[in-house]
Design a binder for this molecule. Sequence first.
Ligand code: RET
Length: 248
Amino acid sequence: MLLLEVLSIPKDDPIAFTFFTGYMAMMAASVFFFFERGSVDGKWKLSLLVSGLITGIAAVHYFYMRDYYMATGENPTALRYIDWTLTVPLMCVEFYLLTKAAGAKTSLLWKLILASVWMLVAGYIGEAFNPEGGSTSHSVIWGFISTIGYIYVLYTAWFGEVAQLAKNSNSPVIEQGVRYLAWFVLVGWAIYPIGYMCMPGGWLNVALGWESSNVDLFYNIADAINKIGFGLVVYNIAIQETAKLRAA
Ligand SMILES: *C/C=C(C)/C=C/C=C(C)/C=C/C1=C(C)CCCC1(C)C
């Protein structure tokens, strides 16, 4: 029975559609990043490995989330947050690796990881412990607490240590690339709170009647943009820096 449901994607279910395309896109991106490790200079291989791990971890979670959604029609909240708890800190690792040559210390990495885990733990409490039928106050309080962690990462990427170090890197390629990643954090990451507010009791659910199934629609679209986009920016930096080294 489970198998039958998995095999038939309803034509009118955009969420199921994004679970399937999201899964394939993440998998293809991982293959790409792993193979392309071979075409960049040694000091960029770790960055590409991390890009591939981010989309690879997501691909495995999409495999399970897709089945969970197809079988139950519900949001796979636990799987979603397990995925993010692994992949968002790895995105912090990308920031660290890019600015390491300019002097980034591991304390920067830990601050970013702490802020993102804070953001995710609060978001998980907001979603997983939302009372039956939904509670606006519960959703707003935990959404607000979560946003503090988000703003910390955003600030660090745009004006704080990450931005400063990128400026000191003496590489326009790295400075430009880090700026692109900061744009992802500003625009791409901001899609997640929109999904969050669709849960029962959430602002968009209450004010505009957006259904809770849209939580996954927004999360799936945001994941594809952010995880693959982040990886491609890092890939582009690595390719350009490698070309510079080889020309020298
Ligand atoms: C690959 C996964 C990524 C980049 C996930 C990012 C998730 C967020 C930026 C989530 C942010 C949230 C808020 C800022 C408030 C509401 C709760 C969250 C967790 C959805």
